[in-house]
Design a binder for this molecule. Structure first.
Ligand code: BEZ
Length: 211
């Protein structure tokens, strides 16, 4: 059965460009982004991995570890890493799983046979420190992902885990948020000292609480 939000992220041990990785031990107390790409030595994937390498400090700031995967062998990953460094202005600074036996791809349902019978699609899983799956995205092979969007979702998850708010459409960190409809106004008055605008009883906007 395919994975759903709220499920425990399946654990695994697999080879990577940074040695053999036991996923749960590697993730430890951090958040994790586990993503697959279709194949090494392909143009979109090269730009994606370069972008992630450049954005790594932003993931670090949020206590998020990043790990990639394709079903290519380790020696291909290592040779391709040279191309990424040469063309993308950043070297691979996170592990890339060499999932030749497809163990992880199958656990996470990353091969969609009607799209491609052998290569992984562009899957993304955001996993919290309790190993719970918090976001699942699937992109087609020809469409490179927007990794700023992953940072935005992580900001939202990390905020809404601690504050009684949710984040509206296109929200970015620092912008106004919405108060959960389950919070009555009397409680909202105490919880949100900066005040709020009530557009509808269920739609109350407030400045982003500082954490
Ligand atoms: C790419 O990464 O460029 C790519 C991979 C598979 C199909 C199409 C594009």
């Amino acid at each position: 059965m395919s994975l759903r939000l709220g499920d425990k992220a399946p654990d695994f041990t697999q080879d990577s460009t940074m040695g053999r990785i036991h996923f749960r031990g590697w993730q430890a107390e951090s958040w994790a982004v586990l993503f697959s790409h279709p194949a090494d030595f392909t143009p979109v994937c090269t730009t994606e991995l370069g972008m992630l390498a450049r954005l790594k400090p932003e993931f670090d700031k949020r206590n998020v570890k990043v790990i990639g995967l394709s079903v290519d062998p380790l020696d291909a990953h290592k040779r391709w890493a040279g191309d990424i460094a040469e063309t993308q202005g950043a070297s691979l600074n996170f592990p890339l799983l060499a999932d030749e036996d497809r163990r992880v791809a199958q656990l996470y349902d990353m091969i969609h046979p009607q799209a491609d019978s052998t290569a992984t699609v562009r899957s993304v899983f955001i996993i919290d420190p309790k190993a719970t799956i918090r976001l699942i995205l699937t992109y087609p092979a020809a469409t490179g992902r927007n990794f700023e969007e992953l940072l935005r979702v992580i900001d939202s998850l990390q905020l809404t885990d601690y504050e009684k708010v949710a984040t509206p459409a296109n929200w970015k960190s620092g912008e106004d948020v919405v108060i959960l409809p389950s919070i009555p106004n009397e409680e909202a008055d105490k919880l949100f000292p900066k005040g709020y605008r009530e557009l509808k009883p269920y739609l109350r906007m407030t400045p982003q609480p500082s954490r």
